[in-house]
Design a protein around this ligand. Structure first.
Ligand code: CU
Length: 615
């Protein structure tokens, strides 16, 4: 918007002639509560390893290249330099990049077919492969498995990336994805059983942006959103490095290298493959499309000068109107779309994107500290092309329909618990600990069977005896976050002692709630496929399971996996990748109404596997 127009609008407002901003763009900015539930542990006896000292803001932010409707994507190892002062180190990426993959741009409602090729000759994190975890073998070190999951899309089951059905070196697989009917920020990543954390850490992730008639990604888009060079995709993760620049995955000497250690906490922030990068910006509005590829940590993002910014969308697409915020909580695998206005700064001014999320107690026990800087914006003298935050994004002439209500009636109610337990079958280093859902492991036959066409209310109880926040992802669907309660976890655990792993444990938390239900953050009001489940809280989501007719395929069809095994269904899991790699993932079947909902034994669907072979 030109200065003259801005003055005109200001004049109209002053005269009260036009409510030029009916949306919430100018409302009081929201600030999520600090996660006071995480105490700071003083003087922990343990200590973590540290990256070599690195000067922040010396490397320019790499722009992830965009590819429009690609038909082929090769995953390969490369050598990547994460910082000016670090050497090149083994890494992995897609589409010729040495770390991460290009941003795939594609159209809503289409079914893109992309051939993914595994050209990974060794795993960049080979020494960190833990062969005691479910589904992991020695082979995974030198012939890494690859399974592509398009996160957030209603994929056919055989194209959803079933974790136990990987392909290896030299093989290509044609994935036929199902794009949602509207614009949204999805992402693609490796989903191999037991090694997902290491593959995502190594770089095997990329943005997948679905476009539609409104969110076109072009300069003339009807929403007035920044486009072209003013729209930037960010992949944020915390990382640890050896002095020579290699990525490090063993956080602490208390757990030896190559053993599952519960979760990595880095001491640097890496954005698009660079440690603490800087980005030159014009004085105007920018759209940042944020993806957290974090392993364990949640981030609480804000601008270092406390300025307001706006959240315009979440995992499954646009919100009704921009939500002004002072801070934004982002859990692992969540995506948020934000607008930042740099026109308020003087030329030459520098402002940082910072993190203020206290490290979880588990991370602190490994000696980890909060990493504050994320990246820096260096404001130039040029005026940017976009100056005005849109009033609304949905519900109006020339705009998509408003979001449906979050509160709806439901046909079925489920309780899911998030736990840390002893796994007598895996004598791994950390005192045989593992993470799980409902006290059941991956191989359980007692998994969920939601019925197509029904709406379900899920109460997700974070009953984890530690203070860890979890990040819950359900495949196939986008859902809504209804609200959260505080609950008395200590009494819940004491009065309902969990049995050993393998017996369903989902006590009703109703009698243990200690607060009224409170709303999620206003930026969580939209469509979500991943939800933050804070410690000592019950998180309620509302899920509608689509029918085969709506999907255009049977989500419960038995299909042949990549290694000729018979498979069925989808998965749901914690997206703290350390957790999904150690039992915090289960199968699920979305069954037709009236069909037998008991377990149907499908050979090869669960249990241990050695993986297929390349041919
Ligand atoms: Cu978890």
């Amino acid at each position: 918007m030109k200065r003259r127009q801005a003055l005109q609008l200001a004049g109209l407002s002053a005269l009260g002639l036009a409510a030029v901003r009916p949306g919430s763009a100018d409302a009081k900015p929201y600030s999520p509560p600090l996660n006071h539930e995480q105490p700071t542990i003083p003087g922990m006896p343990f200590n973590s390893y540290h990256s070599p000292p690195l000067t922040p803001f010396v490397d320019e932010l790499p722009r992830l290249p965009k590819v429009i409707s690609p038909t082929r994507m090769v995953a390969a190892g490369g050598r990547h330099r994460f910082h000016r002062d670090l050497g090149r180190a083994p890494s992995a990426g897609f589409g010729g990049l040495s770390h991460h993959g290009p941003t795939i741009e594609t159209q809503a409602g289409t079914e893109p077919q992309i051939r993914f090729v595994n050209n990974l000759r060794s795993h960049p994190m080979a020494i960190d492969v833990d062969t005691t975890l479910h589904g992991v073998s020695e082979k995974d070190r030198h012939r890494p498995p690859l399974v592509i999951h398009l996160h957030g899309a209603p994929n056919r089951p055989e194209h959803d990336g079933f974790p136990t059905s990987p392909f290896r070196l030299g093989r290509g697989v044609d994935y036929r994805f199902t794009n949602p009917p509207h614009a949204c920020p999805l992402w693609y990543h490796d989903h191999s059983m037991g090694t997902t954390r290491l593959s995502i850490y190594a770089g095997l992730s990329g943005h997948y942006h679905v476009r539609d008639q409104w969110d076109t990604g072009t300069r003339d888009n009807p929403l007035g959103l920044p486009a072209g060079g003013y729209e930037t995709a960010l992949i944020i993760s915390d990382k640890l490095f050896y002095p020579d620049g290699k990525m490090r995955y063993d956080n602490t000497w208390t757990v030896p290298t190559g053993h599952w250690a519960g979760g990595l906490c880095g001491d640097t922030m890496v954005v698009n493959g660079k440690v603490w990068p800087r980005m030159p910006v014009d004085r105007g509005l920018y759209r940042f499309r944020i993806l957290s590829a974090s392993q364990l940590n949640d981030y609480r993002l804000s601008l270092s000068d406390g300025s307001t910014f706006w959240v315009i969308g979440s995992d499954g697409g646009l919100l009704d109107a921009p939500v002004p915020v002072k801070a934004l909580n982002v859990a692992a695998a969540e995506r948020y779309d934000i607008l930042v206005d740099f026109s308020r700064y003087r030329p030459g001014q520098k402002v940082q994107l910072v993190n203020s999320m206290q490290i979880s107690m588990f991370g602190q026990m490994n000696g980890a500290l909060m990493v504050r800087p994320v990246m820096r914006f260096d404001v130039g003298s040029r005026t940017g092309r976009y100056q005005r935050v849109p009033d609304r994004l949905r519900g109006g002439r020339g705009l998509p329909d408003r979001l449906p209500p979050r509160h709806t009636g439901h046909d079925n109610h489920r309780i899911a618990t998030l736990n840390v337990t002893v796994n007598p079958r895996n004598l791994s280093w950390l005192g045989v600990l593992n993470m799980n859902l409902n006290d059941l492991d991956w191989a359980t036959k007692d998994f969920e069977h939601p019925v197509q066409g029904t709406t379900e209310c899920w109460d997700i109880v974070n009953s984890d005896a530690t203070m860890q926040s979890h990040s819950l992802h359900v495949h196939l669907v986008q859902y809504r976050v209804v609200g959260r309660w505080d609950f008395d976890k200590v009494r819940y655990l004491a009065e309902n002692p969990p049995p050993v792993l393998g017996t369903r444990w989902t006590p009703d938390p109703t009698d243990y709630l200690t607060s009224e239900m409170f709303n999620p953050a206003p930026y969580e009001f939209g469509w979500k496929d991943t939800v933050r489940c804070p410690p000592n809280q019950v998180t309620r989501i509302m899920v509608r399971w689509p029918t085969a007719a709506e999907l255009g395929f049977d989500p419960d069809a038995v299909f042949t996996g990549l290694n000729n095994e018979k498979l069925q269904g989808y998965v749901w899991h914690c997206h703290l990748t350390n957790h999904e790699d150690n039992e915090m993932m289960q199968r699920m079947r979305v069954v037709a109404p009236g069909r037998h909902t008991g377990f149907i034994e499908v050979p090869g669907a669960g249990g241990h596997h050695g993986g297929g072979h390349g041919h």
